[in-house]
Ligand binder design. Structure first.
Ligand SMILES: Cc1cc2nc3c(=O)[nH]c(=O)nc-3n(C[C@H](O)[C@H](O)[C@H](O)COP(=O)(O)OP(=O)(O)OC[C@H]3O[C@@H](n4cnc5c(N)ncnc54)[C@H](O)[C@@H]3O)c2cc1C
Length: 479
């Protein structure tokens, strides 16, 4: 079948999955008042890939099927270039606010499948073969994947897998004739209610003896025993002009509980190998996924810069202080763009002909973005001040008694109409101030681990890779 329509995607979500929201089991995520809008938005991405097939689709070199480029393992600089173009097109659809649009996990899966030799170590040939077969299946059925790689935090002072008597963190609890039984929880699975498959793969490194926790597999969201507990919804009902982001892009985040779930053997990619578990995420994964996620971040930063510039323009608020803030926003966008260009320029073969960008620019960018995005929101808040809340609802704009008053008292500078000014500040509030905006800021702070952790990784990697000889070449030796 390969690349699907939005309608086919939505039809696939109508199954027996166990999604809980506000204590109620959701029977159909495509019809639920708090979930349907986001489901439609993801469906829109599937339609977009067909409408913009020239940039979003390509034939898989092995099967010849026309698939989303995010699902193709990059095997050249050209592959990375065309993937860039496709990822940017997809990110522009939501101004980068859909952090976990399906292309996110697609890129990871395509990378894993290309690096099958890493998975095939220590006698795990069958697991690696299962992973490659799964990649083919995702391509040919055009499945949307969610992923959960983080263990629930119970007690930060002890090894994660031992918390709660070793029963909290996802682990293997037994075997059946056809597969393995898994039990425990993982967090957070963004997109979970809107995904076809739950893809579990390695996260933070595990100790050598934590064999029963070293798992990778994928199962349909409707698998019995898979319980999906959504966070509170931030989806706003009503007109998109009132809620341009929360009306469309609440992609949801869920804790997933595996309540003695049977994973069929052909879907088990890793079973009890901490060494492989720790290796597959340290051998190109970051360089691969950071292309997708940095392009999305760049698009979002571009949007933030355009939005903030518009906010200043509609009230004629340009002055040295506001221009400084606009310049700061532009710099974040440009530095992100430059990091992607640099990483792609020094792309290389990571083994077996699989190409990923250079990881170093991304190592620098990865901890910077979680600190830039909160600052972006702060700048929008500072520029917006009370104007962020002086934004009548579309129903008030439509009211014949109120409209003349709104046109007079909410007008902007020069010939900026009240409707235009309201449009800008409503977008600004939904971007930086609503519950959805708060969730999005949390996302940017943590979705690829905290800045603190990532700066530590950057330093450790720099020490491992670098030839740091400048100090000794410039400063005379101690006598
Ligand atoms: C909105 C959202 C969506 C997410 N979606 C997904 C998803 O789809 N799939 C998925 O698998 N995960 C997802 N995650 C989880 C995400 O991967 C984790 O939040 C991330 O790995 C960071 O882990 P943590 O939250 O435990 O924070 P940590 O990295 O543990 O940081 C927590 C705090 O501790 C501090 N800290 C931690 N370690 C150190 C250290 N070594 N030194 C100094 N300070 C430290 C940090 O500065 C920070 O303040 C999501 C998270 C959020 C917020």
């Amino acid at each position: 079948m390969a690349a699907r329509t939005g309608a086919a995607y939505l039809a696939g979500l109508r199954d027996s999955r166990e999604v809980w929201l506000n204590g109620v089991r959701v029977t159909d995520v495509t019809a639920h008042p708090s979930l349907a809008a986001a489901a439609r938005s993801i469906a829109g991405l599937y339609d977009l890939q067909l409408e913009a097939g020239g940039v979003c689709l390509a034939a898989d070199p092995v099967t010849g099927e026309l698939v989303n480029i995010s699902l193709i393992t990059p095997r050249s600089r050209f592959d990375l270039h065309r993937r860039h173009v496709a990822l940017e097109r997809l990110a522009r659809y939501s101004a980068g606010l859909l952090g976990r649009s399906p292309d996110y996990v697609n890129v990871t899966l395509a990378g894993f499948a290309g690096q099958r030799q890493l998975w095939a170590a220590n006698g795990n040939e069958q697991g690696a073969a299962n992973l490659v077969a799964f990649h083919r299946e995702v391509q040919s059925r055009d499945l949307a994947l969610t992923h959960a790689i983080i263990h629930p935090v119970v007690d930060r002072a002890m090894p994660e897998h031992l918390a709660g008597g070793g029963e909290v963190v996802l682990h293997k609890a037994g075997e059946t004739a056809d597969g393995i039984i898994v039990r425990g929880a993982r967090a957070l699975a963004t997109l979970a209610p809107f995904a076809d498959e739950m893809f579990v793969y390695p996260g933070q490194p595990l100790p050598k003896d934590a064999t029963s926790y070293a798992l990778a597999f994928s199962i349909p969201m409707s698998t019995p025993g898979l319980r999906i507990l959504c966070r509170d919804s931030f989806a706003a009902a009503g007109s998109i002009s009132d809620h341009p982001f929360s009306g469309r892009f609440d992609e949801q985040d869920a804790v997933v509980i595996f309540d003695d779930v049977v994973v069929p053997r052909h879907r088990v990619f890793l079973d009890g190998e901490p060494e492989i578990y720790n290796k597959v995420m340290a051998s190109g994964w970051a360089a691969n996924i950071m292309q997708q996620t940095s392009i999305r971040a760049q698009v979002k930063l571009q949007f933030a810069y355009e939005l903030a510039t518009r906010m200043v323009q509609v009230v004629n608020g340009g002055n040295p202080a506001t221009n400084e803030m606009l310049g700061e926003l532009w710099s974040y966008h440009e530095l992100t763009r430059a990091a992607v260009v640099a990483a792609e320029a020094e792309a290389r073969d990571y083994g077996d002909g699989v190409w990923f960008p250079d990881e170093r620019p991304f190592r620098a960018l990865r901890p910077a973005l979680p600190r830039w995005f909160p600052r972006v929101n702060e700048i929008i808040t500072l520029l917006g001040s009370h104007n962020l809340l002086a934004t009548p609802h579309s129903a008030e704009l439509a009211h014949p008694d109120l409209r003349p008053l709104i046109d007079r008292y909410y007008q902007g500078a020069g010939n900026v109409s009240a409707a235009e000014r309201i449009r800008v500040f409503r977008a600004a509030w939904d971007f930086s101030g609503t519950g959805m905006a708060g969730r999005n800021e949390l996302y940017e702070r943590f979705y690829l681990a905290s800045a603190a952790r990532m700066y530590q990784v950057a330093h450790a990697s720099a020490q491992r890779d670098g030839n740091w000889d400048l100090f000794d070449s410039v400063i005379p030796p101690a006598s």
